[in-house]
Design a protein around this ligand. Structure first.
Ligand SMILES: *Cc1c(COP(=O)(O)O)cnc(C)c1O
Length: 224
């Protein structure tokens, strides 16, 4: 299927999920995940209307940002994969969002390294909602304290929370737990607006629970 067609069908899925959940469709943004796909595919998705792209690997993401430099300012680049402290500088300089912040040290470095001429870097805290030992992210009880610290950093703008629920019978409960955590944090007055939740296979569950941003790769570009 052409990228423009698969993008359209993903948008239709999002709209249908919003209608089913009684939510306005413009409440849910689509982040197109371009990891492992070439810059030429990003251009096709851009031509079809996509404006936000997610990358997992810092080196690959930086290379694509450079390759698509002519679209800089029109594309929002999101880092959604793990970030090590020795790689924060180019990320702070080149990306618009980081979804995977789960340590104060990383947040501090990103804040210090964000160039003063740019808007603050948008960040989400990654939550290990399935509590799997192999997964990165904060435990739910750690979210509140780190959120308060990150919200105070001048080079960052705390936008919300991100998670990757474990597929299976417990998935919906994890989506709902993320939504509850997001609402609780919002109620603390931190001014957050983003629940980054849902991928190709589970975006309907995520939207039903309250996601405001779905991260979709396979359903747009095909299998990796
Ligand atoms: C790869 C990836 C996605 C997209 O997954 P698909 O199943 O291809 O839609 C979303 N979020 C994260 C963190 C990813 O690593």
């Amino acid at each position: 299927m052409a990228i423009s067609d698969s993008l359209k069908s993903v948008k239709n899925r999002i709209d249908a999920a919003c209608v089913a959940a009684g939510r306005p469709p413009n409440e849910v943004q689509l982040l197109v995940v371009s990891k492992t796909f070439p810059g030429s595919d990003v251009r096709q998705a851009f031509a079809a209307g996509a404006r936000s792209f997610g990358e997992n690997y810092v080196q690959e993401g930086l290379a694509k940002v450079a390759e698509l430099d002519d679209l800089r300012g029109q594309i929002a680049w999101h880092l959604i994969g793990p970030l090590q402290s020795n790689k924060t500088k180019p990320v702070a300089e080149q990306f618009d969002w980081v979804h995977s912040v789960d340590r104060l040290k990383i947040a501090q470095r990103l804040s210090e390294q964000r160039p003063p001429g740019l808007a603050p870097l948008n960040v989400c805290l990654q939550v290990n909602i399935s509590a799997e030992a192999s997964k990165s992210g904060l435990l739910p009880a750690e979210v509140g304290p780190l959120a308060a610290q990150v919200a105070a950093l001048p080079g960052l703008k705390l936008r919300g929370l991100m998670a990757i629920p474990e597929p299976g019978p417990g998935a919906m409960a994890q989506h709902q737990a993320m939504a509850a955590l997001f609402q609780a944090l919002k109620a603390e007055g931190l001014g957050i607006d983003t629940l980054s939740l849902g991928m190709s296979a589970d975006l309907e569950d995520a939207i039903r629970a309250g996601s405001t941003m779905v991260r979709v790769g396979t359903a747009v570009f095909g299998a990796r």
